[in-house]
Design a protein around this ligand. Structure first.
Ligand code: GCB
Length: 581
């Protein structure tokens, strides 16, 4: 699906602003900012604890000047499920909270008319949603105390009360968290553009259009000069002496594919680069690429998970300050604006579906596979042209070792589907939890192995010597698997400003000592293709006995102040960058 674009042929009407909001049926209508999560916009505790349907409402007018155009309503995301009503009548629904959907207004509203738009968003999570909720069974990091009758009765009571218990470790922010826009195009229009670049300058294209006519595609260089031109719905362009898109610290050179179709025009940025796995190496443009950058969340004060361009730009500047070259979109597809920024700045992205929280073995009986496949399809359709996206992650930390065959039966078809769906055929991974890795079939079968490990934190806590010893034993096991291995999460909760001459858990000194100990293990192995500390910044989570005001594993605080570990990584990654040049 094309990102909304205003140009000579297309008009955008951004509906961002202050809408009316009703948290639950019968509650007063209150002001709410769009886009943003609703949860932190009011001191009313129900804004964070409520589970159910909420309503957003606004009025808009289609300008009379747009007469004769095709007009769609585009939601970049509505979390988690949405029902859209125009003047009280349902015009569309969408399942899943992190990917865009469009509703064509043709025949429903004419230019010059005004309508009331109501969006019902449902924030409930359970065994049938991605991410997964636990329906009162076991909260993530909750005090479980299985078997104690009063506790068990309490859990049933929670279930009856319809409490939202995430099976994942980030706050279940919800609402209209990304822009809502009207997009006007000519009646005959460009529906989709698919580009597959090659290092020799060939760019395969296919164009999906609606209406009569023949499309033309031109490639423009950074100065706007046309360097290749073809017509038709599919074919190959040739860019002579192509400039490649290189990740940081290289040059992320971008071209523009300008497609013209009748009255319609769309400009799609793209980069010429190739991604491949060869033995234990991950190659970008034929050169070994080592991932080094912290995982992220979409998370900040006030906005929650809401799109905040200022925050995104700040974060990417901080990535440059850190000499970081990548992140994973843990644990859901991010707002499209972030990928565009990473294309431009040369930050590599591993794009992840919202399949998180599938750590219970029973989940293989939950009938999620079709929905999961549909999300994968929508994610790849949305992000396929971004040069920054170098791999797909099918999900985070499912149970894969207890029933390795069931895990294989669930995940392997998704692995194959991702390869089939992606026109650029990028490598595919599934992020593995700390587990009995010798029993695991599916994680070692990925194109690139991503493993999350918390030796020294959740296990062997505080004893870094033994933690490193245990991690080395595990790395010995991975050494002959012939795959690139990335430590895709590792970290230690750290309260900014808490210090100790003895580097004990939760101090800033411990966080540095922990990373030094783990990195020493990584540095000894040449099959290790990267390190991705957890997490870039502290972030909000649900309540739990292990979360003091959220997850504190950030290299930065939630307001982006560096802890000692940020300085440590900055030096380490600068040295890696220098060694490369
Ligand atoms: C993990 C999860 C991540 C958590 C992290 C932690 O393994 O993938 O979502 O936030 O550990 O800090 O516990």
């Amino acid at each position: 699906m094309l990102y909304p674009q205003a140009n000579a042929a297309r008009t955008i009407l951004d509906l961002s602003g202050v809408w009316d909001f009703q948290l639950r049926e019968g509650a007063p209508w209150e002001p709410i900012a769009v886009p943003a999560s609703y949860n932190d916009q009011s001191p009313d505790p129900a804004y964070r604890s409520y589970a159910g349907v909420s309503r957003y409402r606004t009025r808009f007018t289609i300008p009379a000047a747009l007469r004769g155009q095709r007009i769609v309503l585009r939601f970049d995301a509505a979390t988690h499920n949405a029902r859209v009503l125009l003047n009280g009548e349902e015009i569309g629904c969408h399942r899943g909270g992190f990917l865009p959907f469009e509703i064509d207004l043709t025949g429903r509203m004419a230019a010059g008319e005004t309508a009331v738009l109501t969006v019902e968003v449902d924030n409930r999570i359970h065994h049938g949603t991605l991410p997964i909720g636990t329906e009162g069974a076991t909260a993530f990091f909750g005090s479980d105390n299985p078997g104690i009758p009063t506790v068990e009765a309490g859990k049933r009571r929670q279930q009856e009360r319809g409490i939202n218990l995430p099976a994942f470790d980030f706050f279940n922010y919800a609402g209209l968290q990304r822009p809502v826009r009207l997009v006007a195009t000519p009646k005959a229009f460009i529906r989709d553009i698919t580009l597959v670049p090659h290092l020799d300058g060939r760019v395969d294209f296919s164009l999906d259009t609606e209406g009569e006519g023949e499309p033309v595609i031109e490639v423009l260089d950074a100065d706007g000069n046309c360097v290749a031109r073809e017509s038709g719905r599919a074919g190959t362009l040739l860019v002579r002496e192509p400039r490649l898109w290189e990740p940081r610290p290289g040059t992320p050179f971008l071209y523009t594919a300008r497609v013209t179709f009748g009255e319609d025009v769309y400009e799609q940025a793209f980069g010429i680069r190739e991604v491949r796995v060869e033995g234990t190496r991950f190659l970008i443009n034929g050169k070994p690429f080592r991932f080094h950058g912290p995982c992220k969340h979409e998370d900040s004060a006030f906005h929650g998970r809401g799109l905040d361009q200022c925050l995104n730009v700040t974060d990417i500047h901080l990535f440059r300050w850190l000499h970081a070259n990548c992140f994973r979109t843990s644990h859901y597809p991010y707002a499209e604006e972030m990928y565009a920024l990473c294309d431009r700045e040369g930050i590599v992205v591993v794009d992840e579906t919202p399949a998180v929280g599938m750590w219970a073995d029973e989940h293989y009986g939950w009938d999620l596979a079709d929905y999961h496949a549909e999300i994968l399809r929508q994610m790849i359709a949305r992000d396929k042209n971004h040069p920054c996206v170098v791999a797909w992650s099918l999900g985070n930390e499912p149970s894969t070792d207890v029933y390795p065959d069931k895990a294989w039966a669930y995940w392997h078809p998704l692995y194959e589907l991702a390869h089939r769906l992606d026109p650029q055929n990028r490598p595919v991974t599934l992020v593995g939890c700390q587990n009995m890795y010798e029993r695991d079939r599916i994680i070692p079968a990925m194109d690139i192995v991503f493993i999350n490990r918390y030796y020294g934190w959740y296990n062997l806590s505080g004893d870094l010597e033994t933690a490193a010893w245990a991690f080395r034993r595990e790395l010995d096991w991975w050494a002959d698997k012939g795959k690139p291995v990335v430590l895709s999460e590792y970290g230690a909760d750290t309260i900014a400003g808490l210090h100790g001459a003895a580097p004990e858990m939760f101090t800033e000194e411990f966080q540095v000592a922990y990373y030094r100990a783990m990195n020493a293990c990584l540095d000894e192995r040449d099959f290790v293709a990267g390190e991705m500390p957890w997490n870039f910044a502290d972030f909000s989570t649900c309540q739990g006995p292990m979360r003091a005001g959220g997850n504190r594993k950030g290299l930065f605080t939630r307001d982006r102040r560096p802890k000692m570990a940020a300085h440590y990584f900055r030096e380490r990654w600068a040295a890696m960058e220098d060694a490369k040049e």
